[in-house]
Design a protein around this ligand. Structure first.
Ligand code: SAH
Ligand code: SF4
Length: 352
């Protein structure tokens, strides 16, 4: 089933055959520049709006929206119209920019034990329209607050490079029609090498983030099971080729887990991998966020700071990611789309 944000402009012209070109222009501008629903595009005749709703329905139904107390983070819980699966999108406002974190699959098949999405298992891939609609509806929400969206990160539920064709279709729409430049678009992967290689052949230089979490194969096999298929040396080679093709820096994401991957030895191993790349990889440290199915806790703040400092001393550019939305279960790795999560219950009781 095609939904409202699936067709390209050419496909839309075909689907709405018989409509004059200026009507398609009005619709396209309304959808991608003004973030309106067809129903709200007042320049369109009523008959066309009805026809659109029939042939190209919206793909997401908003079930719930939760915000942090200061409203700087908004989490949307949607149901996909097709298949009624729940997915989530997170919109984060900063002083000078706003970022949308989109989902690319309902669930995830990669099975990383510390991630709530991985714990919930895989349902299905999202389509281009289902990914793009998350961006458009977030942009609409930002617009209502007098803000614009600046960055798109493919870091919500799912593994983007296991669904690369749809992700790429969405990137093209986000870039070409919504007008967000490639350097403000980041695709995060657990390390699907064929996906990284395909991405390297695509025409736009989007940022690549790789969720490393361990810099030796025995530990990474445990934390990120797909490492047994795509081991570290091959992964680093694929990153180097991506760098060469795109002239962008690669970021390594590293969720710091207490006494598991936060020792000085880990920092030395990580630094060695980063410095193998040219230019050297940037490290984004994320203190592990709690999830219901994983007993281990995040590293204490002093250890996070020490790990970051050691990386810097070893010549690696490292930053610690600001933790956003933990109290509404919207932080990294906590997206489980309405699964009964202890933290969600806490957030609910707080708002009652
Ligand atoms: N599947 C992709 C993108 C989604 S996950 C990937 O794995 O890269 C986005 C980031 O959150 C990844 O770096 C992921 O490893 C990290 N993450 C997962 N669970 C987490 C948790 N409990 N705490 C902190 N970060 C987590
Ligand atoms: Fe999937 Fe990424 Fe979570 Fe691993 S960390 S289970 S790849 S969403």
């Amino acid at each position: 089933m095609k939904t409202l944000y699936d067709p390209t402009r050419e496909e839309l012209t075909e689907i709405l055959h018989g409509e004059p070109r200026y009507r398609i222009d009005q619709l396209w501008t309304g959808l991608y520049q003004q973030f309106q629903t067809p129903y709200d595009i007042s320049t369109l005749p009523a008959a066309l709006r009805t026809r659109l709703a029939e042939v190209l329905p919206s793909s997401l139904i908003e079930i719930k929206r939760v915000s942090t107390d200061n409203e700087d983070t908004v989490k949307f819980l949607w149901h996909l119209v097709e298949g009624i699966y729940p997915i989530e999108t997170v919109l984060m406002f900063y002083r000078d920019r706003a970022t949308v974190c989109v989902s690319t699959q309902a669930g995830c098949a990669m099975g990383c034990g510390f991630c709530a999405t991985g714990q919930a298992g895989f349902h299905r891939h999202l389509s281009v329209g289902e990914i793009v609609e998350q961006v458009v509806r977030s942009a609409h929400e930002a617009q209502l607050r007098g803000r614009r969206i600046d960055n798109i990160v493919f870091m919500g539920m799912g593994e983007p490079l296991a669904n690369e064709p749809a992700v790429w279709g969405a990137v093209e729409r986000i870039h070409g029609d919504i007008g967000i430049s490639a350097r403000h678009i980041t695709v995060s992967t657990v390390g699907i090498i064929p996906g990284i290689r395909t991405l390297a052949t695509r025409p736009l230089p989007v940022n690549l983030a790789v969720s490393l979490h361990a810099a030796r194969n025995d530990l990474r096999n445990e934390l990120v099971p797909i490492n047994t298929r795509y081991p570290l040396s091959d992964l680093i080679a694929a990153c180097q080729d991506y760098l060469a093709a795109k002239r962008r820096r690669v970021t390594f994401e590293w969720a710091l887990i207490d006494k598991v991957n936060d020792t000085d030895r880990d920092a030395h191993e990580l630094a060695e991998l980063c410095l193998q790349l040219s230019p050297s990889a940037h490290v984004n440290l994320i203190p592990l966020n709690p999830t219901p199915g994983w007993p281990t806790v995040g590293s204490p703040p002093a250890r996070v700071a020490a790990f970051e400092q050691l990386l810097r001393r070893l010549g690696v550019n490292a930053t610690t990611r600001q933790n956003r939305g933990t109290d509404i279960a919207a932080a990294c790795g906590q997206l489980a789309a309405g699964q009964p999560v202890a933290i969600t219950a806490k957030a609910k009781s707080k708002s009652q």
